[in-house]
Structures are given as C-alpha cells and as structure tokens.
Design a protein around this ligand. Structure first.
Ligand code: PEP
Ligand code: MG
Length: 537
C-alpha cells in the first residue's frame, strides 16, 4: 500500500496505464533494406492517421468543433508530399533510417517556417513538430499521449497537466495516480470536476507499477494498493457500492435551499472550467456558478479564442443558468497553467510571477478581447465578473479602466451590454485580505481564492507534496485572513463568496458559515455534500 494525497473523492479498481514521456533515441545508422524502412514508415503514418481521427471525434464530442480542427490540420500534414514525400525520398535516396529521415525533414521544414515573419506559418511549424513527435513515437513503438483504449484504466503518471486531465475519457479512465502534485493543483481540481477518483503526490508510483498491474485508488483516504489480494478487491467493491448509495441519498437535497436559522439564504454554487461543465452544476442542484475558470477556454489550442468564440461560451453559460448568478473570472494564466502560444518568461517562482491580472494588464490586446466578449454576453443572464490575483486597489482600478475602454468601443459600435454587471475581485493574496475593509469600498463583491491564499500565507507551494503537511486550510492565520475579508466586505454592505477548494471542505464549512460567508462555490460533485453539512448546522 502506498500513501499519497487524496485529490478526488471516490474509489476505483482498474489496470495501470503508465503515461510516460519517453526519451527519443534516434540513431544515424544507415539501412541496407530501404524498402522495409519505407514499409515501416507507411505503417506508422497509417497509425498516426487512425489515432488522429479518433482524437478528432472525441474532441468534437467532449470539447467542440473548433478545438478539433487542429487534428484535421495534423492529418493533412500526413498527406502532404512536402512532408511525407520528402521523408520517403530521404530513405530511398540516402538509405537513411525512417526515424532519422523524419527528424531531418521535420527540422528543415520547421526552420523554414519559423524564419518567416508570419503568425500563420509559425503555427504550421508547431503542427509539423507535433505530427513528427507522434510519427517518431509510433516508429519507436511508444505510446503517444493519453489515448486510452481499454475500459477500467487507471492512469499513472509523474504529473498530469490541467490540459492532460481535461482530455481524460471518463468512460475508460476510472482513476489516476501521480508522483507529484497537491490537493489544489489544477489537475486535482479537474479530476474532481470529472468525478475521477485520484491520489497525487505518491513520490514513486511510476517506478512501482508496470502496465497491466491491477491497482486500487482510494481517493477518500489517499491510498493506492498495487496488485491487491482478492479479499481487498472485494472489500473495495463493497465500498464502491455503498459510496454510490450515499450519492443517491444526497440527491434528495437537489432542490433544497440552504437557509440559516437567522433566515439568511446561503448560496451553494459550482466551479466550472468549460461551458459544458454547467450541466453538471445544474444536475447537482447548484444555486449558480461561483467561478468560471476561463483559462480553460484558452487551453488545448494553438491560438487564443476569438471574441466571437468567447462570447458564445459565456452566453451559453449565462443562458443555461436561467437568471441565476454566474461569476466569470478573467484569464488566470501562469503558475501551473500555461498556453503553447503564449510563451511566458522562465521564472524561479511562477506562482509569484507574471500571471493572472498582472499578465492581462500587460497584454491589453488579449484582455480586451475577453472583456468585450463578456460585456456582449452580459445581456443573456445575471453576470458578475472578477479579476484574479488582485494585490491592491491600483490593479483593480486599472482593470476597470480597460473595462471602460471596452464599453466606449462597444457603445460607438452600437453594441449593447448590461449596466448591472457586478465587478469584483478574488482575495487570494494575503495583502488583499488584510486590506479588505479598504478594498471593499471599490468593489461589488469578493471571492476568496483559498487555494492560493493558503499557499501564500503559509509559504507552502500548493503543488508540492513535500510541504503538503504545512498546507492547512484550518491554520489560524488563514482563518483570521478569511474572517478579516468577510468582515471588511460586510462593513460596506458587499457580499463575499469563496471559490477555493476550502469552500467544499467538510471540516471547514461550519466555521465559514459561522464567519458569515455568503456564497460557497466548489466542484459540482461536492455541492450536495456541502448542502447537507450546511443544513445540519
Ligand atoms: C484559488 O486560488 O483559490 C482559486 C479559486 O483559483 P485557482 O485555483 O484557479 O488558482
Ligand atoms: Mg487562484
């Protein structure tokens, strides 16, 4: 048995799929039989096409048509004589081995495209790199990406990026386990949204298992069992069954509102990462959306989403929530969330660096596209917008100035937007919590981001399993800052939500309620459990 950090509740029994980045060894050796090398190449090209077709179909189903176009572009490269034709010629004419030939042709084409000052062609260079990586992996017989074929799979990886996690196919992947990471790393949060049991931060799980091993993931206690005996499997099958019964029981609370003894209505809302996630919040009886992490709209693609695409995404969520409040957070990229098309500087401490509102105020071009889309969508529901990582009033005011600029532009273009949007900020930097009573004069609401607030208060990296023992939501210093934030807001008649994972933490909920928190927002799957605890107080 191995102990890690319980990252996503639930139990799973399945077979290991080791997700490893293989080191690619490409030799310079010449081949004698170029005909058989050509056959190998054709087989690998065919396999690539087959894989890409599957990913394309899955992406259309799970994410959307637009996101799938990148895979079409990759398939076209595999039909392009400029690429595959050149690789074949290299094998035939110079007896180069297939892998070396792919590497040579790819490097040449990438160099040519990257030298041209044209964004479109530079993207094609990225496509060629991607396709070549896949082709080389297939030639070497390695697994490529997270394309899971078998049902009842447990993914085991050193780490999973948030976008890896977003791609997991729930019908096949029953759980995941990683060497590193913490409870509030974004892949863990994503696992909770997907309702996939997960244990992270085990340290050496990738070297302790092999493909095909049977493992049990205990996402409640944070244990993993490798090749368990029959009795243990049976015990866990029973746990899975009673866990399902418990979940059914909670469904009774679907349409129940939480009202305190004093008659105050407490909102229990859901956090989402993609527009489609809104259905899960509705299905779990959420009172609204307390956090839409819009950066997920920007991931798994090669360019930033356009104003039109973002407008459609926000409109979809607002309409689906039928007048219930939707809090949309502006782009929070940086930290553990990166974008392939937005190179960020290498920093010693990315969580303390160029991220979130800092980046947006520096890249107004990106920021304005999002703000215009938000303003345009605002007429379709009850919108509240908040800015991440605000450290002081200057940043909030600067962000609001950009909003005003966008409003002026829209007015001049004759485009309408709602005048009743609420404008708030996340309180996730201790400085903001300490100054809450001042900041509250300027904002419509606060939302406490405890995932970051805890790591900054206790100087304990939220991604690090090594210091996870320090990462304690119930630490007195954290609780004081939360209380200061709530009191500061209430002094000026403003409401306070919490969208960090602590809002769904069974141990913390009673204290937060006592402090006067107005809105609790969490992974959709935690909503009913949280309602039950709140109703029991
Ligand atoms: C937080 O920091 O608590 C939060 C909700 O934001 P994120 O987890 O996306 O950093
Ligand atoms: Mg945060």
């Amino acid at each position: 048995m191995k102990k890690g950090i319980a990252a996503s509740k639930g139990y799973a029994i399945g077979m290991v799929f080791l997700y490893e980045e293989h080191e690619m060894i490409i030799s310079d050796e010449k081949v004698i039989d170029s005909a058989s090398e050509l056959e190998k190449l054709q087989a690998a090209v065919a396999l690539c096409k087959e894989q890409l077709e599957k990913i394309k179909v899955k992406t259309i189903e799970n994410v959307g048509e637009h996101e799938a176009t990148v895979f079409e572009a990759h398939m076209l490269i595999l039909d392009d004589p400029e690429f595959v034709g050149s690789v074949e010629a290299e094998i035939k004419n110079n007896n180069t081995n297939a892998m070396k030939a792919v590497e040579m042709v790819s490097n040449n084409l990438v160099m040519v495209f990257e030298a041209i000052d044209d964004a479109y062609l530079r993207e094609r260079a990225a496509d060629i790199k991607d396709v070549s990586k896949r082709l080389l992996a297939n030639l070497a017989g390695h697994t490529v990406g997270l394309e899971i074929e078998k049902a009842n799979t447990i993914v085991v990886a050193h780490d999973l990026t948030p976008s890896d996690t977003a791609q997991l196919d729930k019908t096949k992947v029953k759980g995941f386990i990683t060497n590193i990471g913490g409870r509030t790393s974004h892949s863990a949060i994503m696992a909770r949204t997907l309702e996939i049991p997960a244990v992270v931060g085990i340290g050496d799980i990738t070297s302790s298992v092999k493909n095909g091993d049977t493992v049990i993931v205990d996402g409640v206690e944070g244990f993993v069992m490798i090749n368990p005996d029959e009795a243990t499997v049976k015990a866990y099958e029973e746990k899975i069954a009673s866990y399902e019964i418990e979940k059914e029981e909670l469904k009774k609370l679907l349409n129940v509102s939480v009202v305190t003894k004093e008659g105050k209505h407490i909102e229990v809302c859901g956090n989402i990462g993609k527009p489609q996630d809104v259905q899960q919040v509705i299905a779990n009886g959420g009172d609204g959306i307390g956090l839409f992490r819009t950066e997920f709209l920007y991931m798994d693609r090669e360019t930033a989403p356009t104003e039109e695409e973002q407008f459609e995404a926000y409109k979809h969520v607002l309409e689906a929530m039928k007048g219930k409040k939707v809090v949309i957070r502006t782009l929070d990229i940086g930290g553990d969330k990166t974008l392939p098309y937005l190179p960020l500087p290498q920093e010693m401490n990315p969580f303390l660096g160029y991220r979130a509102i800092r980046l947006c105020l520096d890249r107004k071009d990106l920021f304005k596209v999002q703000l215009r889309a938000l303003l345009r969508a605002s007429i379709y529901g009850k919108l509240a917008v908040m800015f991440p990582m605000i450290s002081g009033i200057e940043e909030f005011n600067c962000a609001k100035e950009v909003v005003e600029e966008c409003k002026c532009e829209l007015k001049a273009e004759g485009i309408t937007y709602s005048e009743t949007i609420e404008w708030g900020m996340m309180v996730e930097i201790p400085a903001a919590a300490v100054m809450a009573d001042e900041l509250a004069k300027h904002v419509d609401f606060f939302s406490i981001g405890t995932n970051d607030l805890i790591q900054y208060t206790l100087a304990a990296d939220r991604m690090s399993e090594k210091v996870s023992y320090l990462y304690n939501p119930m630490h007195s210093a954290v609780l004081r800052l939360i209380k200061m934030t709530i009191d500061g807001a209430h002094k000026h008649g403003k409401w306070v939500g919490m969208c960090g994972e602590m809002a769904g933490d069974e141990v913390a909920i009673p204290t937060l309620l006592e402090y006067g928190l107005d809105e609790f927002s969490m992974s959709a799957t935690s909503i009913l459990g949280a309602k039950k605890i709140l109703l029991d107080q």
